[in-house]
Write a protein that binds this ligand. Structure first.
Ligand code: NAP
Length: 257
């Protein structure tokens, strides 16, 4: 058992959405390992409770909150419950997202477009709408929104996903400017191809499709969720005290090509 009672984030509270799986789960565990108390939020209840239990087994403190991040009432309740449980919110990783259906711009349905934009983009606006007032009340905080390399360059056959991730970067920059003088830093992280259930779905579980994704990575491998967690923790740390409004690409060199 690790003792997470002390560490550079000791006394801090972190909220992570999409924390049942993949990047969110790794980041929730990483926050706990450096001493933060963690609000684990997700629409997936079993996975969320599993992440909570894993943090408790490390000796950390966590709560699980069931939340559909595309619904304002759920997001408002998620923030109220976090403050009720821990009294504050220092770091928020707005990470929950979906890839949606694959198909060209012409083939994308209105239902898919709305679902992807609501869960990937509207969600981050809703989360910030409730996180920022809580951070203003306590005199500051740090927010990281999860964009993607698909927020930097185009990818064929996922138009709604690409639009949502590009939109997230514009939203991040705007909110960062609005609250820069209020000691709230707001950045985005832009992961490359990361080994999570999302990528398995994207590759339809086919080894050949996964090999094609790996072939697109200059470093010759996919990234691990912990490598994104490390970037999020740095953005939330005092080491990034002069960093705001920035889309931080963590992609093994993909967009450098
Ligand atoms: P993941 O393993 O599928 O995890 C996403 C989590 O979000 C799941 O637990 C999912 O629950 C949850 N979720 C889905 N819809 C939600 C909603 N409406 N409200 C609350 N939670 C919801 O995916 P991941 O790869 O870790 O992705 C995390 C983030 O990283 C996403 O924003 C994704 O776009 C971004 N990203 C991933 C990659 C990559 O290569 N993996 C690359 C770039 C960016 P269910 O399982 O029940 O749907």
């Amino acid at each position: 058992m690790e003792n997470t009672g002390s560490g550079p984030f000791s006394g801090k509270v972190a909220l992570v959405t999409g924390a049942s799986s993949g990047i969110g789960k790794a980041t929730a565990l990483a926050f706990a390992r450096v001493g933060a108390r963690v609000a684990v939020a997700d629409i997936a209840v079993d996975g969320g409770n599993q992440t909570r239990r894993m943090i408790e087994e490390l000796g950390g403190k966590a709560i699980f909150l069931r939340c559909d991040v595309s619904k304002e009432s759920d997001v408002a309740s998620m923030l109220h419950q976090t403050i009720d449980a821990f009294g504050r919110i220092d770091c928020a990783f707005n990470n929950a997202g979906i890839e949606g259906a694959q198909g060209s711009t012409v083939d994308c349905t209105e239902e898919n477009w709305d679902r992807v934009l609501n869960i990937n983009l509207k969600s981050a606006w809703l989360c910030m709408k409730y996180e920022i007032p809580a951070m203003l009340r306590q005199g500051g905080g740090v927010i990281v929104n999860c964009s993607s390399i698909a927020g930097i360059v185009g990818f064929q056959n996922i138009p709604a996903y690409v639009a949502s991730k590009h939109g997230l970067i514009g939203l991040t920059k705007t909110a960062a400017l609005e609250y820069a003088k209020s000691k709230i830093r707001i950045n985005a992280v832009c992961p490359g191809v990361i080994r999570t259930p999302m990528i398995d779905r994207f590759a339809h579980g086919e080894a050949q499709a996964l090999q094609q994704l790996i072939a697109g990575e200059p470093v010759g491998r996919v990234g691990e969720p912990e490598e994104i967690a490390a970037a999020v923790l740095w953005l939330c740390s005092d080491g990034a005290s002069f960093v705001t409004g920035h889309p931080l690409v963590v992609d093994g060199g993909w967009v450098a090509q």
